[in-house]
Design a protein around this ligand. Structure first.
Ligand SMILES: CC(C)(COP(=O)(O)OP(=O)(O)OC[C@H]1O[C@@H](n2cnc3c(N)ncnc32)[C@H](O)[C@@H]1OP(=O)(O)O)[C@@H](O)C(=O)NCCC(=O)NCCS
Length: 167
């Protein structure tokens, strides 16, 4: 299915999206690219969602189906309140159709124009070349390597910290 920008709607995440998010977060490429464990239940997702309160919390919807999620979480420490952390996932069957970029642009617009954040940062698996290409396209740069950061199918993998400054 080829979709165009006008087929995709961004709206706030609602609690009724939890079942669709459970499906999305259990998808193989999403598990691979994040810190999610595979095959997690709806009940577990509901528990984890409690207390997760990002300042921006958006889903991308195509034909009524939640196909992506983007969140921006503010740093808790007072002296780091100028910093947000990005989380971004798109359903495996909707990759490379501009949805991740659309979500990330929306997060960055809020960071820059509504929240006045100076720094937006994220962690990405060093092998996740697609995500890294997206982040670099939107102005993130690589700041460092976190060695053996994540266990993936029995192997320890490095992660990168990337950030984009607005100054
Ligand atoms: C990473 C991810 C969010 C990208 O979302 P997407 O909707 O597939 O990406 P887009 O179609 O918006 O791509 C935008 C740009 O990013 C780059 N890009 C994205 N995926 C790429 C890939 N696999 N290879 C090379 N470049 C890629 C390209 O520059 C692309 O622009 P172009 O299509 O005009 O060339 C998505 O692949 C995903 O959810 N992966 C699994 C979970 C994950 O890894 N999340 C990131 C955790 S840090």
């Amino acid at each position: 299915m080829t979709i165009t920008a006008k087929d995709v709607t961004l709206r706030p995440y609602e609690s009724s999206d939890i079942a669709a998010m459970t499906v999305l977060l259990n998808m193989p490429a999403v598990v691979e690219g994040t810190l999610q464990l595979p095959l997690r239940s709806l009940a577990e997702r509901e528990r984890k969602r409690q207390g997760f309160e990002p300042i921006v919390d958006l889903v991308a919807v195509v034909d009524g189906l939640v196909v992506g999620h983007g969140a921006l979480q503010l740093a808790e420490q007072h002296r780091r309140r100028h910093t947000g952390t990005v989380m971004l996932v798109v359903r495996d069957d909707f990759h490379r159709q501009g949805i991740g970029e659309r979500l990330l642009r929306a997060l960055l617009e809020q960071a820059d124009d509504w929240l006045g954040l100076r720094r937006v940062e994220l962690l990405v698996h060093a092998s996740n070349t697609g995500a890294i290409a997206l982040y670099e396209k939107l102005g993130f740069t690589r700041e460092g390597v976190l060695r053996d950061y994540v266990l993936t199918r029995g192997h320890y993998r490095d992660a990168l910290i990337m950030a984009r400054l607005n100054r």
